[in-house]
Design a protein around this ligand. Structure first.
Ligand SMILES: *Cc1c(COP(=O)(O)O)cnc(C)c1O
Length: 430
């Protein structure tokens, strides 16, 4: 399998090079040159297979011969070795809980897969690799956790000061070793912009071997297909589900769209957004206008210019009608998010985090006009990651799991930067 750049001005590369490079030299995103079609027998039988076996079969065509089968299988086992339960909340709505990994958010899946791949590829690399990543909250901790102690790899994380939750911040500023956190006085979009600029800065790239670990990177993005399969494994209705995905950078939903285009039976997608509604407006007007990020209580989705939007276009060959027929999008504001958390707890005794609440509320809106349908939303983070917001909205204290208790006693270590590319450059070259 080869990957081309969405800007179409860079050479095609294989999985290894796409993973090591992160972004294409022409600033485009790498995209698989064809979408593999799932085998009919596999589609009949995958419900009885192990998670690792499914993951291996799904990802193998994308990896090609870049990783030996035995090693790839082990990476798949490591990536999927926690639970992904589908929990029924109402007759028509279930929650796919994606927060049972080590940092309590779905990004553990992509980060674990990518860190193992990069570790594999860096074995025969003489130069140290620096993973440079911007985070709106959960990427940073998942990537830091995945890469902690991986030899030959250094991790530099940019996060927007004051715009991530306390637990998120502690998760990414207390690890030490090969992990450094840069606290940027700006928004997530500023962080993302600074990272993007570093990737295209010739001087920096000559001196440092840089790669990204955002969903820009195919090794982070593509394994996010796995849990759509795990979801379908547990789906007990004849009719395929509607899947509502809390979306910010659109990596998660775009992975699901790829799985669907390969043949996984999903009836329809709902892009669940907060007040950052560039995609919602796009579906309404056919015009995509990037916007400055707005801060909300579902902060991991505070993205005004989603990187993976271009991949959605590419997947549907820029055919607006096709996109509109397969995806609905809703914008849920903070007030409605809070009310949803309160109501779902009161009526169904289920504690949502703010991102899951946006997913739930969006799915409800879709089902109000498609009353016969049933669906699921992705609960993308554990409510404890946003304990203040959740307990305030529901009146219920969120108990902190013991694994996180000790985190609260650790000291944050970060390097403060202004939202200014030169400062990042100086730091990297120092
Ligand atoms: C990152 C994140 C999202 C958004 O996912 P994208 O792939 O960026 O669309 C949603 N919820 C949580 C909890 C996240 O960490």
């Amino acid at each position: 399998m080869l990957y081309y750049s969405t800007n179409k001005n860079s050479a095609k590369v294989d999985f290894r090079e796409a993973t090591i490079k992160g972004q294409a030299p022409d600033k485009g995103l790498y995209f698989p040159e064809r979408i593999p079609q799932l085998d009919k027998t596999f589609l009949k039988e995958f419900k009885n297979k192990s998670k690792a076996a499914i993951a291996f079969e799904v990802i193998k065509p994308y990896v090609g011969n870049c990783i030996a089968d035995d090693d790839l299988y082990q990476i798949c086992e490591h990536t999927s070795n926690f639970d992904f339960p589908l929990v029924k909340i109402t007759d028509s709505i279930s929650s796919l809980e994606l927060f049972h990994g080590p940092t309590l958010a779905f990004k553990d899946v992509g980060a674990r897969f990518m860190s193992r791949c990069l570790g594999y590829f860096s074995k025969d690399n003489k130069r140290e690799i620096t993973v440079l990543v911007a985070t709106s909250g959960d990427t940073g901790s998942a990537v830091a956790n995945g890469f902690l102690g991986v030899e030959g790899v250094k991790v530099v994380i940019l996060y927007p000061s004051g715009k991530v939750s306390k637990i998120q911040e502690l998760q990414l500023t207390t690890l030490g070793q090969n992990i450094t956190a840069l606290e940027v006085q700006g928004t997530f979009d500023d962080c993302q912009q600074m990272v993007k600029q570093a990737f295209t800065d010739a001087e920096v790239n000559e001196k440092i071997f840089l790669t990204s670990a955002n969903s820009i990177n195919v090794a982070r993005w593509l394994p996010q297909q796995f849990y759509y399969f795990f979801a379908l494994q547990q789906w007990r209705h004849d009719e395929p589900p509607i899947i509502s995905v809390p979306s910010g950078n659109f990596g998660n939903i775009c992975a699901g769209l790829i799985a669907a285009v390969s043949g996984l039976p999903i009836k329809h997608f709902v892009a669940a957004c907060n007040n950052n509604n560039a995609f919602v407006n796009f579906l309404a007007t056919e015009n995509f206008v990037a916007q400055p990020a707005v801060a909300t209580i579902s902060n991991a989705m505070d993205v005004g210019n989603p990187s993976n939007f271009v991949r959605v276009l590419e997947l549907f060959t820029h055919d607006f009608k096709k996109i509109k027929n397969f995806i609905n999008a809703y914008s849920i504001d903070d007030n409605e998010t809070r009310k949803t958390m309160a109501r779902v707890f009161e009526q169904h005794h289920y504690l949502l985090d703010p991102h899951g609440a946006v997913g739930f509320a969006s799915l409800e809106k879709y089902l109000q006009v498609h009353v016969e349908s049933k669906g699921m939303f992705f609960e993308t983070a554990h409510p404890v990651k946003f304990e203040n917001v959740v307990s305030e909205a529901t009146g219920v204290p969120v108990t902190i799991p013991s694994a996180l208790q000790q985190l609260l006693h650790l000291h944050k270590t970060s390097v403060s930067l202004n939202a200014n590319y030169q400062e990042l450059k100086d730091y990297l070259l120092a």
